[in-house]
Ligand binder design. Structure first.
Ligand code: PMP
Ligand code: GLU
Length: 411
């Protein structure tokens, strides 16, 4: 055996318990598999990752290019460019009808990072975080990484996938440190109106004095039909001292790759989260912070965002119309975000698709349609389809899906 071989044989590269306790992100895993198949020359209709296909607003692109061309690109303060913290504070003060000072804002590398920082700053080992499911794939693992315990509380189709106050009350314990409220939500598109938010807030106020409510508002601007996003701060003014807001530019401004998210919480919690960020990533990427500043302040941006929202609304209706051709599936009408959540239980339980994971895999490998299996969101028996993609992809992909599901029925 060579000397190098001997050394390699004694290397212990077992990963830590902490890393082993979490799963790879299922949304990114499906998107990566779809991209690999496409690179191999396969025609793939991609409904996997939730990422707008639009370009960021014109002013954002132009200002970013000019900044990189003309300015030195240096570190910013850990908590973010002062001008951006100020702009976020002004913007969110207007959204939430309450003064938010820049000292209560932390700029991070995407909303995912904002949530991770908040959980790292908030949780003691064993603290519980209530997560109504189906929920975005990353919440439980981010809680685990922070030493906490995710407490998943299942919602039902009959309740429109909204957490009931009684179910929240039953899940609360003296260890409950946070409740996650994602409206409109990933993966179901369900939104909580003001009455629903108030009902949950009353339970927290009455039963859980240590519990924070974390509103993940990343899809706040993307609502359709009659649904309007209810600000947690406006709705639960009495609880304001223990409300945390996560928001960002990824979805609203089609700026996923820029990686800018923000956290609003109490000054103490923001300082704690900033300390975590200061010893992990430092400030978010400087050109991206300048880009986010333009997104929030340039007067031409709003009209472009409105146009994107209209396109998403149209695509939602297009996808729902096409999926209606599949018998025995139930698809609730989403209030917002850009996902449909399809109940496929009538098709599961036999070869080749015993469960949603196998159905999702079969749809991609055999039919070139990329989806995400519901089990990854804590909702087995469902699959998630993102309609943040071109109308032509929706048309062609749904046609494939309809044909594949018909073949399953016959088979
Ligand atoms: N929250 C939810 C509910 C999401 O779906 C996502 C997906 N991107 C995020 C947070 C993270 O957003 P970002 O890309 O800004 O990290
Ligand atoms: N949030 C998007 C999704 O759910 C992007 C991927 C991710 O962050 O999980 O598909």
């Amino acid at each position: 055996m060579s000397r190098a071989g001997t050394i390699a044989a004694i290397v212990d590269d077992s990963i830590s318990q902490r890393a082993a306790s979490i799963r790879p992100s299922a949304t990114f895993a499906m998107a990566a598999r779809a991209a690999t198949l496409r690179a191999q020359g396969r025609e793939i209709h991609d409904f996997s990752a939730g990422e707008p296909d639009f370009r960021p607003p014109t002013a954002v692109r132009e200002a970013t290019a000019a900044f990189v061309r003309e300015q030195p690109v240096r570190y910013t303060p850990v908590a973010g460019l002062p001008a951006l913290r100020e702009a976020v504070a002004t913007h969110l003060s207007a959204v939430h009808g309450s003064t938010i000072t820049p000292s209560r804002v932390l700029i991070s590398c995407g909303a995912k990072h904002s949530i991770a920082n908040l959980l790292q700053a908030l949780l003691e080992p064993g603290d519980e975080v209530v997560i109504p499911t189906p929920a975005w794939v990353s919440y439980p693992d981010m809680v685990r990484l922070a030493g906490g315990v995710p407490v998943e509380v299942a919602t039902t189709a009959a309740d429109g996938f909204r957490l009931r106050p009684e179910a929240l009350e039953a899940a609360l314990t003296p260890r409950t440190r946070a409740l996650v409220l994602n409206s409109p939500g990933n993966p179901t598109g369900a939104g909580y109106d003001a009455a629903a938010v108030r009902a949950l807030g009353e339970v927290v106020a009455r039963k859980a004095p240590r519990t924070w409510i974390m509103a993940d508002d990343i899809y706040r601007r993307l609502t359709y039909g009659d649904f309007r996003h209810a600000s947690i701060v406006r709705t639960l003014a009495d609880l304001h001292p223990r409300l945390a807001i996560v928001d960002g530019v990824s979805k609203t401004y089609a700026m996923t790759g820029y990686r800018i998210g923000y956290l609003v919480a109490s000054e103490a919690l923001v300082l704690g989260a900033t300390r975590v960020q200061g010893q992990t990533t430092s400030g978010a990427a400087t050109p991206s912070q300048h880009a986010a500043l333009v997104a929030l302040t340039d007067p031409t941006v709003d009209a472009e965002v409105d146009a994107m929202c209209l396109a998403f609304a149209r695509r939602r209706d297009l996808m729902l119309a096409r999926l209606a051709a599949i018998p025995d599936v139930h698809v609730p009408v989403p209030d917002g975000a850009f996902y449909v959540w399809m109940d496929v239980r009538a098709y599961l339980g036999r070869d080749p698709v015993p469960d949603d994971a196998e159905l999702s895999r079969w749809l991609l490998e055999a039919h070139g349609v990329a989806t995400v299996p519901g089990g990854a969101f804590g909702g087995p028996g469902y699959i998630r389809l993102s309609y943040a993609t071109a109308d032509a992809v929706i048309e062609a992909g749904c046609a494939r899906l309809v044909a594949a599901m018909a073949a399953l029925r016959r088979g």
